[in-house]
Design a protein around this ligand. Structure first.
Ligand code: UD1
Ligand code: UDP
Length: 360
């Protein structure tokens, strides 16, 4: 019985890496189908190398375009690869257009089941492309792997059958625990970036934050004010999408914020672990800062990771200055000492067990 992974972006490569490595360990035959949604080295090949993943057998090289064109091209390409590969199960992870395309292509093919890793997350904000993608993927998939009991309950409340659902924890815990020590041993990012005293870490790339000039400027201003009050320099490894808008809008980035290139996974883990505070609109970064006991403020109006807020690791502050400044003050006022709600770092094994690959 064989498995194909459809993946296409930075977070999918990182979060599927423990599952791919478990397949290697248990001798589960698998293939990797890369959609090519991300293609810049710094969002793509650097993670294959650093996480020691085999190069994908297929790369559809769809690149960047509108949602319909990008997703449509992927569906066509994935379908023809699946015709050839004929796996028993296709695994997708998360909420990107690559996930939607992989799910749609595979679900209509006879004899192929779909497994959705990180199922059941909801921001309840249907304006976000990711919310549409994750809902559609959950409702089409045969096997659902929610990270927590909260996400399982969400799936049940939408009428999805309990016997398709296995709570596994989030594979990001596996990825963090497998890499954080190595990161501290090997990375010299703090010295390279000259971060000798306390610093903050910023990531912002969501369409709703960076594609709108006014909102992006407001967000940067809020982070800069909080940084000034806390006497911190903030490093911002900038995603190419955001970088493009900084140039096109001609935004003057405040002096408190230092733009740097996107970091590889080990360097980024060290930055997250050592930062005084994390400012982010990323999904994965909310989880990782929670796992690493680094306080986080989320520069959005909602989150599909409410567990991080419930345990006290994260505050949803939006982008307005006063709210960002206040959120930072509050979360730094209570010491980081919370439970990790995302499982014990065995999610990858639990996913393969649920698919009955443990006896393979
Ligand atoms: C995508 C996902 C988002 C996820 C993010 C992870 C969707 C709808 N969005 O957003 O959920 O959080 O990946 O990082 O699937 N670009 C490059 N190099 C690349 C890829 C993109 O320069 O390798 C630039 C291009 O200008 C492109 C823009 O980034 O137009 C946006 O890329 P796209 O794949 O559409 O979405 P992301 O913002 O990366
Ligand atoms: N990440 C990284 N380098 C960076 C920024 C992020 O390696 O410069 C990693 C981070 O550790 C996390 C993932 O990328 O695992 C998050 O991806 P992203 O924020 O692009 O997407 P999201 O999680 O919001 O979908």
């Amino acid at each position: 019985s064989t498995l194909s992974f459809v993946l296409g972006t930075r977070p999918e490569i990182i979060k599927l890496s423990p599952v791919i490595r478990s397949c290697q360990r248990y001798d589960v035959p698998f293939s990797l189908i890369h959609t090519g949604q991300h293609y810049s080295d710094e969002l793509d090949s650097v993670f294959f190398e650093q996480l020691e993943l085999p190069p994908p057998e297929y790369n559809l090289a769809v690149g960047s375009s509108s949602h319909g064109e990008q997703t449509g091209e992927m569906i066509v390409g994935i379908e023809s690869v699946l015709e050839e590969e004929r796996p028993d199960v296709v695994l997708v992870q998360g909420d990107t257009n690559s996930v939607l395309a992989g799910t749609i292509a595979a679900t209509k093919m006879k004899g192929i089941e779909v497994g959705h890793v990180e199922a059941g997350l909801r921001s309840f904000d249907r304006e976000m492309p990711e919310e549409v993608n994750r809902r559609l993927a959950d409702h089409a998939a045969d096997h659902l792997f929610p990270p927590t009991e909260t996400s399982r309950q969400q799936l049940l409340s939408e009428g999805l059958a309990d016997d398709r659902i296995t709570v596994t924890g989030n594979t990001i815990v596996d990825a963090v625990t497998q890499n954080v020590e190595i990161a501290h041993e090997r990375s010299s990012v703090l010295a390279e970036l000259g971060l000798e005293s306390e610093f903050g870490l910023l990531t912002a790339h969501r369409a709703e934050n960076v594609d709108d000039r006014e909102r992006f400027v407001t967000l940067l201003d809020g982070v800069a004010r909080a940084a000034r009050e806390q006497d911190l320099l903030v490093v911002y490894p900038i995603h190419p999408r955001a970088d493009k808008w900084v140039s096109e809008f001609g935004i003057d980035v405040p002096a408190e914020i230092r733009l740097v290139e996107p970091q590889d996974f080990l360097d980024f883990l060290v930055l997250e672990d050592e930062a005084t505070i994390v400012f982010t609109d990323s999904g994965g970064v909310q989880e990782e800062s929670c796992i690493l006991q680094t306080p986080c403020v989320t520069l959005r109006d909602n989150t599909e990771r409410p567990e991080t807020v419930e345990v006290g690791a994260n505050r949803i502050v939006g982008v307005e200055s006063e709210s960002v400044v206040e959120g930072v003050r509050e979360i730094l006022g209570v010491g980081p000492n919370w439970e990790n709600p995302f499982g014990d770092g065995t999610a990858a094994k639990q996913i393969l067990d649920a698919l009955e690959y443990d006896q393979a």
